[in-house]
Design a protein around this ligand. Structure first.
Ligand code: EPZ
Length: 417
């Protein structure tokens, strides 16, 4: 199994190009199930979750091609099986996103329940509740959601918790439902708006995406289109922290800084110099790094997917910082590995107290999930000596060759097979 080896102590400098957003690519690929026509996508990151989604679509009988140049061609003309098997769903929870499109277009679906994961229980009750309000019959049988309908209809759906893939699943289902659907307390992450824009390109009638209330007027049929997905704000944020923690000087390009306002504002408050352009931003790390509390909330607030990376930065702060995680109940696994590198962190439920100013030392560490593995790479960039990160398959789920991008910025980092 691959490992990543990092030797710390080098300030990063130069330019880095950001790939397309993993969390926009997955729903965009799944949306191709809503039409028999061809959907051409661009800026698709060549990461493991994208390849898993390709296999999921192919297993159903759809044509699905993904290329390293960022293009993908998808055509769900013939779908033999409306099923997402456990073997696949257990490796990628986002596979639940096929539920809405399959029920909407093929009037049935059998999708394995994702079950819990390293960062939390992550139920999908709201996805199911929303489909039932649109007239689907959903049963949980042998660990699968078995859903069927004679035809979905519009409904008013209040989501008690803001859910990103829940909003996306129901928006896709409602696009082919009879009548109007209102999704209230909807997620307004940029990836949700990106999916809405793609669906409009396919002929859907959607308004209000990017706000807490989305209105969808169902249509009988959707058609194919060509669409370029948004850049990955979390990858961009990860490189912003890499520049700050190494006291480096990095220009992060091909991204949308407006999707990162909360992150870049927080970073400026820790003392880094952040200069924002139309599709890039520049981070110059500074000493000292000011310790600053942060709390994760749904977009547009500070994202939970940047919490682990921010914790790595706070281990180098000049005081103490309290990090509060409000989205997932178990998203501090990385703290235990950072402590093994010499960090001073105390966990109390959904709060972590990070006492800064402790020099980190290189160690063998274990990645537990995608963003946790990114925080270990960041810690390795400032630790004395070598850090070996195990289970980097977590990293490959959402970052395209991150070690090569960091090496081009001067980092002493490599993948060891
Ligand atoms: C999406 O996951 C992202 N994944 C996650 O990114 C991200 O952490 C998360 O949104 C929050 O921003 C993708 O887009 C593929 P949620 P999702 O439903 O949609 C509760 C990464 O690192 N909830 O918004 O699964 C849930 O338990 C990944 O790239 C219910 O209670 O997250 C959580 O506490 C990790 N019932 C909260 O809502 C439901 O039916 C938010 O979860 C659905 C969710």
């Amino acid at each position: 199994m691959d490992k990543i080896r990092v030797v710390g102590g080098i300030p990063l400098s130069g330019r880095v190009e950001i790939s397309g957003a993993k969390n926009a690519a997955l729903p965009a690929m799944v949306a191709s199930l809503l039409t028999a026509d061809t959907v051409n996508l661009e800026n698709i990151p060549y990461v493991r979750d994208v390849l898993t989604t390709r296999s999921l679509l192919q297993d159903m009988g759809a044509e699905a091609e993904v290329r390293e140049d960022g293009t993908a061609t998808l055509k769900a003309g013939e779908v033999q099986s409306c099923e997402a098997p456990y073997e696949l769903v257990k490796t990628m929870r986002a596979a639940i996103l096929v539920l809405g499109p399959l029920v909407a277009r093929f009037k049935k679906a059998r999708v394995s329940l994702p079950g819990g994961c390293a960062i939390g229980a992550r139920p999908v009750n709201l996805h199911i509740m929303g489909l039932e309000r649109m007239g689907a019959k959903c049963d949980i049988v042998h660990g699968y959601v078995e859903a069927s309908t004679s035809g979905l209809h519009g409904a008013y759906i209040l989501l008690e918790t803001v859910t990103v893939t829940g909003t996306e699943n129901l928006m896709m289902a409602a696009a082919l439902a009879e009548g109007e659907t209102v999704l209230d307390n909807a997620a307004c992450e940029p990836e949700v708006s990106d999916l809405a824009a793609l669906l409009r390109g396919m002929g859907a009638h959607i308004e209000g995406d990017g706000t807490r209330t989305i209105r969808i007027h169902g249509v009988k049929k959707l058609h194919g289109c060509r669409y370029r997905i948004i850049p990955d704000r979390i990858e961009a944020g990860t490189f912003a922290i890499a520049a700050a923690i190494t006291r480096g000087d990095v220009e992060v390009c091909d991204c949308n800084p407006r999707h990162l306002t909360a992150v870049l504002t927080q970073l400026s408050q820790t003392g880094a110099k952040v200069t924002i352009g139309p599709d890039s931003f520049h981070v110059q790390g500074r000493d000292p790094i000011t310790s600053k509390n942060v709390t994760t909330y749904p977009y547009p607030a500070f994202p939970t997917d940047m919490q682990a990376q921010y914790m790595a930065l706070m281990t180098q702060g000049d005081g103490s910082a309290v990090i509060t995680e409000t989205i997932f109940e178990n998203r501090f696994m990385h703290a235990l590995e950072l402590i093994r590198m010499g960090a001073d962190i105390t966990i109390d439920g959904r709060q972590a107290l990070v006492r800064g100013g402790q020099p980190l030392t290189g160690a063998r560490v274990l990645a537990s999930d995608l963003r946790a593995s990114a925080s270990l790479v960041l810690a390795g960039l400032v630790a004395n000596g070598e850090t070996w990160i195990d289970r980097v398959y977590h990293l490959d789920r959402g970052y395209h060759k991150i070690e090569e991008k960091m090496a081009r910025l001067g980092a002493n980092i490599e993948r060891v097979h």
